[in-house]
Write a protein that binds this ligand. Structure first.
Ligand SMILES: Cc1cc2nc3c(=O)[nH]c(=O)nc-3n(C[C@H](O)[C@H](O)[C@H](O)COP(=O)(O)O)c2cc1C
Length: 171
């Protein structure tokens, strides 16, 4: 099972990137062929501008993956701008793929913001989502590390369920 984790935040201190890294480690430990793409290393251009070569490479990586995990930071109770660019430009070959969401936010009150990503993926490409989201807030992190025991436990639970359901959907 080939899993691609797309960390969409451009923040140098991205918390959602930390979530992506942790889930990646859990998947690798359990024998999954998992890989992270870090959007900070890609020149992202909006839809009507010329697509960069790295964006074309990302589209190919997404196409080759069996399933996807998307890391997002909440911006204005919704998905962040860089994730929207990735969805608009690089999600050409994702129909029916299984996916999961890892989300970082400033506060607990924005947890429904991931629903915008769910709506896009399900309505546009009939993708199937793991019914468990990792949602971390600024209180769960210190010095670029997770300090919440509960969040760490949920990362393990998410990773195990992602593997179990992901494998079932591949048969
Ligand atoms: C433009 C902008 C808008 C934001 N809007 C929200 C918001 O609506 N709700 C919230 O809880 N946090 C909000 N935040 C805080 C981010 O979600 C938080 O910093 C999170 O760590 C971002 O993810 P990242 O660190 O992976 O980039 C916002 C941050 C920025 C920069």
């Amino acid at each position: 099972m080939k899993t691609l984790i797309i960390s969409s935040s451009l923040s140098p201190d991205s918390r959602s990137f930390i979530l992506c890294s942790e889930v990646n480690s859990e998947l690798l430990e359990r024998g999954v062929e998992s890989k992270i793409i870090d959007a900070r290393k890609i020149k992202l251009t909006a839809y009507h501008y010329k697509e960069s070569l790295k964006m074309k490479d990302l589209s190919k990586e997404i196409s080759k993956a069996d399933n996807l995990i998307i890391g997002m930071g909440v911006h204005c109770y919704s998905i962040n701008d860089s994730l929207k660019i990735i969805l608009d430009n690089c999600f050409n070959d994702v129909t029916g793929k299984f996916f999961g969401i890892l989300c970082a936010a400033g506060s607990e009150k924005s947890y429904l913001s991931t629903m915008h990503l769910t709506q896009i993926c399900m309505n546009e490409w009939r993708m199937i989502q793991l019914p468990r989201i990792i949602y971390g807030t600024s209180k769960d992190f210190k010095n670029n590390k997770i300090i919440s025991k509960d969040l760490n436990e949920r990362i393990i639970q998410f990773s195990e369920e992602f593997i179990t359901i992901g494998k079932k959907l591949m048969n």
